[in-house]
Design a protein around this ligand. Structure first.
Ligand code: B4P
Length: 191
């Protein structure tokens, strides 16, 4: 079973690359960003709470996200070949919880892919996406807040996976195909 974590700053291409990983390795895609946006779209109680955090560029509380992940992992059939965890874990608390959740189910994380992209490129990609995405967080002010949150709360997750010897640096600039080739090599080297 492959349980791949894809990590990186906002706009680093996590969602874009996850689609290719899903296709090649037949994994179940769990994007916490997409799951939250579905809740917001459905105007659920959880969605209303999440929207307040997301539109301010903040992370939603760990407990809320961990509950969503547990539900989605437990919903998968026995035949599931594994997961691509896109945008989760985003804090060390979430990372510790993930490892416990997987251990309790006799599963293991495979590797964390750390997509690295310079800040100017991230901002330009997200502003471009904002022209059509309709997302409340794709504007310059909120993008800057999201980057601050990433450096202070999410970057330590990569350090945590280095201590577990499950870390792969991925250069995130280039064509989508070039980056996917680097990702495939990192997965092959760690599976
Ligand atoms: P996410 O949905 O995870 O969004 P993201 O970080 O903005 O996007 P991603 O990196 O996937 O970028 P994409 O591939 O689309 O999170 C949104 C919010 O939800 C968070 O800020 C937070 O509030 C909340 N949240 C989510 N998970 C949470 C958690 N675990 N805990 C707490 N809160 C959580 O790429 C961006 C753009 O770049 C696209 O337009 C794409 O076309 C372009 N692009 C991609 N690759 C490219 C390339 N190689 N070259 C040029 N452009 C490229």
């Amino acid at each position: 079973m492959l349980n791949i974590i894809i990590c990186g700053a906002p706009g680093s291409g996590k969602g874009t690359q996850s689609e290719f990983i899903v296709e090649k390795y037949e994994l179940k895609h769990l994007s916490t960003g997409d799951l939250l946006r579905n809740e917001i779209k459905g105007k659920t109680e959880l969605g209303v709470i999440a929207e307040g955090y997301i539109s301010q560029g903040q992370l939603v509380p760990d407990k809320m996200i961990i509950d969503i992940i547990i539900k989605n992992i437990d919903e998968q059939p026995e035949t599931c070949k594994g997961f691509i965890l896109d945008g989760f874990p985003r804090t060390v608390g979430q990372a510790e919880a993930l490892e416990e959740i997987l251990n309790a189910r006799n599963k293991k994380s495979t590797v964390l892919l750390d997509l690295n992209v310079p800040e100017e490129e991230l901002i330009s990609r997200l502003l471009k996406r904002g022209e059509s995405s309709g997302r409340s967080d794709d504007n310059l002010e909120t993008i800057k807040k999201r980057l601050d949150v990433y450096y202070s709360q999410t970057a330590p997750v990569a350090e945590y996976y280095k201590t577990l010897n499950k870390y792969a640096f991925v250069e995130g600039v280039g064509t989508i195909e070039e980056i996917f080739d680097r990702i495939s090599s990192a997965i092959e080297a760690n599976k």
